[in-house]
Design a protein around this ligand. Sequence first.
Ligand code: ADP
Ligand code: ADP
Length: 227
Amino acid sequence: PPALEIEDLVVRHGDRAPALNGVSLSIAPGDRVAIVGPSGAGKSTLLAALMRTVDIESGNIMLNGVDIRRFASDDVRTRMTGLIQDPYVFQATLRDNLRLAGPDASDDDLARAVRQARLDDWTGRTGWDTTLGEDGRTVSGGQLQRLALARALLYDPQVLLLDEPAEAVDEETADALLADLLDATRGRTTLLVTHRLRGLEQVDEIVVLEDGRVVQRGPHHALVSVP
Ligand code: ADP
Ligand code: ADP
């Protein structure tokens, strides 16, 4: 089955017009899909539905073929995890910030080996080890997002969620940050939510959301005429 399948999703906030009005999308294992759209399109509502923090009026969300209503909320949030908006940083090096993170921060050999392997994979993909010795409190917003992604990957989520990962940094940093995040997530099932189309050449599919509906979908080169 698809890693994530959303079928005809309708979500309404109170008695307003639906924030999501029949949205369907599917992510094959290992693919990356970007949800793009202007403010108010329904992107946050879609993430909230995935995290089960809003009620679904109708439609289904399936994770590897299983309806997410069958999971406990906490369970859903470890299966689908990603960049949180305000990553917490310990007063320690980035390396130690990573050592202290993860679903099993215990000190047994296996847990340590698993964390080390994921960290090696991560630094191999990003060349990030040059900065791992830096103090977490002094690094830039872009480095914090890289830290947050590395931490999220320690959970080895079935679907990685990236919510406007380049929102809090300036335009120039944003391009480099997004490129790094996309390099580091190649081959990993990812849902990226963003209001900008720029820098999305690498993703497998772009889904354009407007007024709670999918108005276009396809690879980047097919959508370059989007305003
Ligand atoms: P986006 O993330 O693309 O900016 P949202 O999902 O935040 O879009 O919003 C979709 C629509 O739902 C908008 O019309 C917005 O005003 C409305 N909306 C979002 N959250 C709430 C809420 N908590 N209560 C009422 N309306 C909301
Ligand atoms: P740039 O990064 O060069 O500014 P973007 O592709 O991010 O260009 O888009 C510029 C503006 O168009 C942004 O305000 C963005 O919110 C809006 N935009 C981008 N894609 C869409 C879309 N699919 N539908 C509606 N608005 C969009």
